[in-house]
Write a protein that binds this ligand. Structure first.
Ligand SMILES: [Zn+2]
Length: 116
């Protein structure tokens, strides 16, 4: 009887599960994605908070900062599901950050980025 312990270990690793989800999405959308080891080292270096609104203790999803690019290092950010779905394909990384800053009332003088 053979039991593949490594495989069982792999599927219970939450980081690997996230990566698998991302690969599945990338394949469906025909996008580029990074290797697991790159994803893992990126993920371990992230603050566990939303990149846009800075909320902690929320379920974090993986956002593509630039919607034209895939899940590659430098283009991924952890985002709460509200920010991720608000951003969608509509806003760029900068616009979304600006939106969150305004919304939180952290900046009084805002006009530069959105009005360009
Ligand atoms: Zn957020």
């Amino acid at each position: 009887m053979f039991i593949n312990i490594i495989k069982i270990g792999d599927t219970t690793d939450p980081i690997r599960r996230k990566w698998h989800g991302l690969v599945a999405r990338s394949k469906k959308q025909n996008r580029e994605y990074c290797a697991f080891k790159d994803f893992k080292s990126w993920f371990l270096n992230q603050k566990k908070e939303c990149f846009y609104c800075k909320k902690k203790d929320v379920k974090l999803t993986i956002d593509r900062k630039n919607n034209n690019l895939g899940y590659v290092t430098g283009n991924m950010a952890l985002a709460c599901s509200s920010c991720n779905s608000a951003k969608g394909d509509r806003y760029t990384e900068e616009e979304m950050l600006e939106y969150c800053r305004r919304w939180r009332g952290r900046i009084i003088h805002t006009h530069t980025i959105l009005s360009g």
